[in-house]
Design a protein around this ligand. Structure first.
Ligand code: GLN
Length: 195
């Protein structure tokens, strides 16, 4: 599977390393044309306002929406989760607006701006080590969204069909299981496209 990592801003090389460890062929994506050959796309953590602005500037909003429309999987982590959301608390405009959920940016407050914990994630056997850095959380989800994990009753991982979102940074540990999960989504989508 060929998986791209949107490389406009944020934690790109770490995702590439994790995707490769999970068995994917991974590459940075800087131009919309590069989306064409991909089976899946990761939108990394960083700063969502900046990523959103750059996506608008370089034509990625429409291009990634049609990528998703073809059923190709997209995995948004941290800022990438915010970019996927239909609604951002306190902000008028969404970025991609693909996932039926409302998210809050920097939702864990000052004291817990950054922390690590072990999370139970639906579909993965043992708990996953999760690194949260000025992380967003998911306040509310629509009926199509499956909640995959919570931290202290707040939603931090969710899936809606071909879209996967995590509040934390799965690329900052040596645990590649969430990337492997995403790779499975890409494989299933590729099979479905062939039918
Ligand atoms: N706080 C950032 C934002 O709102 C996200 C932080 C991250 O990606 N680590 O965009």
């Amino acid at each position: 599977m060929k998986i791209g990592v949107l490389a406009l801003q944020g934690a790109v090389s770490e995702h590439i390393r994790s995707l490769e460890a999970a068995g994917a062929q991974a590459s940075p994506v800087k131009r919309v044309e590069e989306l064409e050959e991909l089976d899946g796309l990761v939108i990394p953590g960083g700063e969502s306002t900046t990523i959103g602005k750059l996506m608008r500037k370089y034509g990625f909003i429409d291009a990634v929406r049609s990528f998703s429309g073809e059923g190709k999987p997209i995995f948004g982590t941290c800022a990438g989760l915010i970019v996927l959301a239909e609604r951002i608390e306190g902000e008028e405009e969404a970025h991609l607006g693909l996932m039926d959920m409302t998210v809050s940016r920097n939702a864990f407050g000052r004291q817990r701006e950054s922390f690590e914990t072990d999370l139970d994630i639906k579909g993965i056997d043992e708990p996953v080590r999760a690194v949260f850095i000025r992380a967003p959380l998911i306040n509310e989800v629509g009926p199509e969204v499956d909640v995959l994990s919570t931290y202290r009753d707040e939603i931090v991982t969710a899936r809606q069909g071909n879209l996967l979102a995590s509040s934390f940074h799965p690329e900052l540990t040596d645990d590649y299981r969430l990337h492997a999960y995403f790779l499975e989504m890409a494989k299933e989508a590729a099979v479905a496209r062939q039918k």
